[in-house]
Design a protein around this ligand. Structure first.
Ligand code: NDP
Length: 460
C-alpha cells in the first residue's frame, strides 16, 4: 500500500514538474506578457490532477499546443480625426483555438490593449466557450484606440478602417467577433456596415451584439451581467443563501456592470456602490439604476454625475476604493486585476460571503487565494461571465435559421446554460478532489472538451 502511495506521489511530482517546465517555456517565449502568463498559470495549476489521470494529454503535448494561438494578426489602423489629422492605432485579432467551433470572442477598444491582453483574453475565452456547451472556439481582438471623448464621426471612421483589415480574416463560419470594453452596439453597427460593404453580401452571423433591427438577439445586451448573477445565485443556493436581502457592490458602470446590478436588484439585493475608472459612488439607499443607465449609456458622462441627482450618495475618487465598502456579495465587473490581495483582504475583513467575477480575470492570483483560504464562495470569470458569449452563440443560431426568439425564450436558455456551467464546474471539482473549488472545476471542465477534440482531430 505504502509503495503504491509513494509511486503516486512521485508521479504527481513529475506531472507538476512537467507543468512547471511548460509554463517556464511560455514565459520565455512570450516575454513581458504578464497578463498572459497569469492566465496560463491559473489554468495550468488546476490541470495537474487531470494530467495525472489522463497521460494522453501529456503524450499529445496538449498544453504546449494550447499556449500557442493558432493565428495572431496585428495590423495598422489609420483614420482621420475631426481636425483632419491622420491618427494611427494598432489592431489585433487572436484566433486562439478552433477545436470545437469557429473562433468566437469580443473586440476591445481601450488604450491598454496590447498582445498580452488580447492573448490572455483569447486563452480564457477558449475554455469559457467550451464551458457554455455551445460549438464555439476561442478568439479575441481589439485595438489600442480610446473611444472616450471621440465624436461619432471619429468612431465611425476608426471602426471602418479597423474592419477594412479585419474583414480579411473573419466570417460566419470562421471567426465571429462581438463587443467588449469600449465596443457596444454603436461600434458593432459601424463595423457590420463596413464588413457588408467589403463583402458585397449580407452575412448576418459574422458579428454578434448587433442591433435588434438587423440580426441582433434579444437579451444579448443583458446576458453577461444577468448570467453572472444567475451563476452566483446558483452557487449561493447550494449553501442555503441567496441575493435576497443581501448588500451588493458592483465595480464598473458599463455593459456587464449595469445588467448585473439590474438582475441583483430584481432578485431582492440592495446594490450600494458602483464605479468607473475615475472613482466610485456609494448610495446607502441603493443605487438608482435608471440614473446610472442615463448617465453612462445615453449621456456618456462620468459616474460622479450621479451625486448631483442623489444628494445622499457619496462620490470618492480612486476606483479601487470601492472594495472598502462593506458588502455580502462583490461583483467585479470592470476590468482585469482590479482586485489585488489588499482589496481581497479588505473584502474578507468586512465579511464578504461571495465574489462573482463579471469581468475577465478581475482578481489577481493572490486575491483568488485569499478568497479561497477564507472560505468565500468564489465564482471565477470563465464560468460566471460566460452568459454573454453563450447568448452570442444563440444569436448566431438565430441568424443561421433566419428567425428571432423572444426575450423570455433567450433568457430561459441563458438561465439553463448558467445552471449547467455551475453544475459541470462543481462536478469536475468534486471528481478531481477539490470539492467547492470552482476555479479548478471550471478550468478542468472547459479544458477536457477542448483537449479531447484536439486529440481526435490529429496534430494540426
Ligand atoms: P464597458 O466598456 O461597457 O464598461 C467597462 C466599465 O469598467 C466602464 O464603466 C469603465 O469605466 C470601467 N472601468 C474600466 N477600468 C476600470 C477600473 N480600473 N476600475 C473601475 N472601473 C473601470 O465594458 P464591458 O462592461 O463590456 O466589460 C467589462 C468587463 O467584462 C471586461 O473585463 C470584459 O472583458 C468583461 N466581459 C464582457 C462581456 C460583454 O458581453 N460585454 C462578456 C464577458 C466578459 P470608464 O467609463 O471610466 O472607462
Amino acid at each position: 500500500m505504502k509503495t503504491i502511495e509513494k509511486n503516486q506521489n512521485l508521479y504527481t511530482k513529475s506531472v507538476q514538474q512537467y507543468v512547471h517546465q511548460v509554463f517556464e517555456t511560455v514565459k520565455k517565449r512570450n516575454p513581458n506578457e504578464d497578463e498572459f502568463h497569469q492566465a496560463v498559470k491559473e489554468v495550468f495549476d488546476s490541470l495537474v490532477p487531470v494530467l495525472e489521470k489522463n497521460p494522453q494529454y501529456i503524450n499529445q503535448s496538449i498544453l504546449e499546443r494550447l499556449v500557442e494561438p493558432e493565428r495572431i494578426v496585428s495590423f495598422r489602423v489609420p483614420w482621420v480625426d475631426d481636425q483632419g489629422k491622420v491618427q494611427v492605432n494598432r489592431g489585433f485579432r487572436v484566433q486562439y483555438n478552433s477545436a470545437i467551433g469557429p473562433y468566437k470572442g469580443g473586440l476591445r477598444f481601450h488604450p491598454s490593449v496590447n498582445a498580452s491582453i488580447i492573448k490572455f483574453l483569447g486563452f480564457e475565452q477558449t475554455f469559457k466557450n467550451s464551458l457554455t456547451g455551445q460549438p464555439i472556439g476561442g478568439g479575441k481582438g481589439g485595438a489600442d484606440f480610446d473611444p472616450k471623448g471621440k465624436s461619432d464621426g471619429e468612431i465611425m471612421r476608426f471602426c471602418q478602417s479597423f474592419m477594412s483589415e479585419l474583414s480579411k480574416y473573419i466570417g460566419p463560419d470562421t471567426d465571429v467577433p462581438a463587443g467588449d470594453i469600449g465596443v457596444g452596439s454603436k461600434e458593432i453597427g459601424f463595423m457590420f456596415g463596413q464588413y457588408k460593404k467589403m463583402r458585397g453580401g449580407y452575412e448576418a452571423g459574422v458579428l454578434t451584439g448587433k442591433g435588434l433591427g438587423y440580426g441582433g438577439s434579444l437579451t444579448r445586451k443583458e446576458a453577461t451581467g444577468y448570467g453572472t448573477v444567475y451563476f452566483v445565485e446558483e452557487m449561493l443556493k447550494d449553501q442555503g443563501e441567496s441575493f435576497k436581502g443581501s448588500t451588493v457592490v458592483v465595480s464598473g458602470s458599463g455593459n456587464v456592470s449595469i445588467y448585473a446590478m439590474e438582475k441583483a436588484a430584481e432578485l431582492g439585493a440592495k446594490v450600494v456602490a458602483c464605479s468607473d475608472s475615475n472613482g466610485y459612488i456609494y448610495d446607502q439607499n441603493g443605487i438608482n439604476l435608471e440614473t446610472v443607465k442615463r448617465i453612462k449609456e445615453v449621456e456618456k458622462q462620468r459616474i460622479s454625475a450621479y451625486v448631483s441627482e442623489h444628494p445622499d450618495a457619496i462620490y470618492t475618487e480612486n476606483c479601487s476604493g470601492i472594495w472598502t465598502v462593506p458588502c455580502d456579495i462583490a461583483l467585479p465587473c470592470a476590468t482585469q486585476n482590479e482586485i489585488n490581495q489588499i482589496s481581497a483582504q479588505m473584502l474578507v475583513s468586512n465579511g464578504v460571503k461571495a465574489v462573482g467575477e463579471g469581468a475577465n480575470m478581475p482578481s489577481t492570483l493572490d486575491a483568488v487565494e485569499t478568497f479561497l483560504e477564507n472560505n468565500v464562495l468564489f465564482a471565477p470569470a470563465k464560468a460566471a461571465n460566460a452568459g454573454g458569449v453563450a447568448v452570442s452563440a444563440l444569436e448566431m443560431a438565430q441568424n443561421s435559421a433566419r428567425l428571432s426568439w423572444t426575450f423570455e425564450e433567450v433568457d430561459c436558455k441563458l438561465q439553463s446554460i448558467m445552471k449547467n456551467i455551475y453544475q459541470n464546474s462543481k462536478q469536475a471539482a468534486q471528481e478531481y478532489g477539490v470539492p467547492g473549488n470552482l476555479v479548478v472545476g471550471a478550468n478542468i471542465a472547459g479544458f477536457v472538451k477542448v483537449a479531447d477534440a484536439m486529440i481526435e482531430q490529429g496534430v494540426i
